[in-house]
Design a protein around this ligand. Structure first.
Ligand code: NAP
Length: 321
């Protein structure tokens, strides 16, 4: 990976990471890579994760209570499943330092603002965030320093918050840029709608098609596996994503997902009709348009132009959310 941030001076004194899975350990590694924090404190709920992260040496201190981890931290980043963010915010609130920034990495934003917001004390800046970067792997061993490089991180700041808050947003923007990401500011509701179609519905389709194939009676499971390279295999990668994370995404972004699913169903029905009535033009025109979309994603640097996602060339990580 290209070295795009040669600067190694700390830009924040003390950072606390609550949750040390894929995103938490990737953040720790991204910070370590550039020396972005003078001290990185980490919290994980299980002893197993705490031991693993301590062994890796990617944080400076590991805590078994969230309150001790966040004490004196200038920046607290919540890297836990969306469904527990409210309870985590309630737990850490009394230990937060005045003037600190509290942020998160949750894949959903409106529900997170509703669940976390009420617990954030006066004088602490809550700035919701979502790095659009990930893989189907989870846990402390899945993280890597380059995860956020050239990916987007969306911040959905609260409205009407004043000058000190605006400065905190600038600091968080600078932090994510130094971690390798491009930063975009967006309204939370709009974020949820955009992510519903670019990430949440595609995951639902993958979970559904893999589930359907697993339940087929006339095609054996061994045939599904044997001939998977026909397209099915690519869905199985997405459908291998963390069940807890994705359960929480669908429970917390139901409105936008259902809206996009309704559109999807209508278009699927139109496709069904085109197949039934042998409407060759309709099929050809759609497939030509979709090819263009993939071309645009590659041109925007968000996907490799290598055939088969670069698999034959040993690409280790595939971008996801
Ligand atoms: P992960 O690898 O499964 O890690 C989750 C972490 O949260 C683990 O450290 C786990 O602790 C901890 N945790 C789980 N339940 C908890 C609870 N009830 N209380 C306290 N800690 C708890 O998950 P991840 O992929 O890093 O995802 C974390 C967040 O990032 C989610 O909100 C997700 O929406 C968001 N996100 C994920 C991706 C992605 O592709 N994976 C991309 C962008 C954003 P233990 O290890 O000790 O169990």
């Amino acid at each position: 990976m290209q070295d795009i941030f040669p600067d190694t001076s700390p830009i924040v004194d003390r950072v606390a990471l609550i949750g040390l899975g894929l995103i938490g350990t990737s953040l720790a590694r991204a910070m370590r890579r550039r020396g972005l924090a003078a001290h990185i404190a980490g919290y994980a709920q299980s002893q197993k994760t705490r031991d693993a992260v301590a062994e890796m040496g990617i944080v400076d201190s590991v805590y078994d209570t969230m309150q001790n981890a966040v004490r004196d931290a200038d920046l607290v980043i919540l890297c836990v499943p969306v469904g527990v963010l409210g309870a985590v915010a309630q737990e850490i609130a009394p230990a937060l330092k005045p003037g600190a920034i509290v942020s998160d990495v949750g894949s959903v934003k409106k529900a997170v603002i509703e669940s976390v917001g009420p617990y954030v004390p006066e004088g602490v800046h809550f700035i919701p965030a979502h790095p659009i970067a990930g893989t189907e792997h989870s846990g402390p061993f899945s993280g890597f320093a380059e995860l956020f490089d050239e990916r987007w991180c969306v911040l959905t700041p609260l409205e009407g918050m004043g000058q000190a808050y605006a400065e905190a947003v600038d600091r968080l923007t600078h932090f994510w840029s130094a971690c390798g990401a491009h930063v975009e500011i967006m309204e939370a509701k709009h974020h949820d709608l955009v992510l519903a179609i670019t990430s949440h519905v595609p995951h639902l389709i993958a979970y559904n098609i893999v589930g359907t194939a697993a339940d087929l009676e006339d095609v054996t499971r061994s045939e599904v596996i044997k001939y998977s390279a026909g397209g099915f295999r690519d869905f199985t990668r997405i459908a291998a994503s963390d069940p807890t994370m994705w359960r929480d995404v669908f429970l917390n972004n139901s409105e936008a997902v259902l809206e996009m699913l309704a559109r999807f169903s209508e278009d699927l029905t139109a496709l069904q009709r085109a197949i039934r009535w042998k409407d060759a033009d309709a099929l050809y025109n759609l497939f030509s348009r979709t090819r263009e979309i993939r071309r645009s994603i590659i041109e925007a640097g968000q996907e490799t132009p290598e055939p088969d996602f670069g698999r034959s060339h040993g690409s280790e990580h595939e971008a996801d959310d």
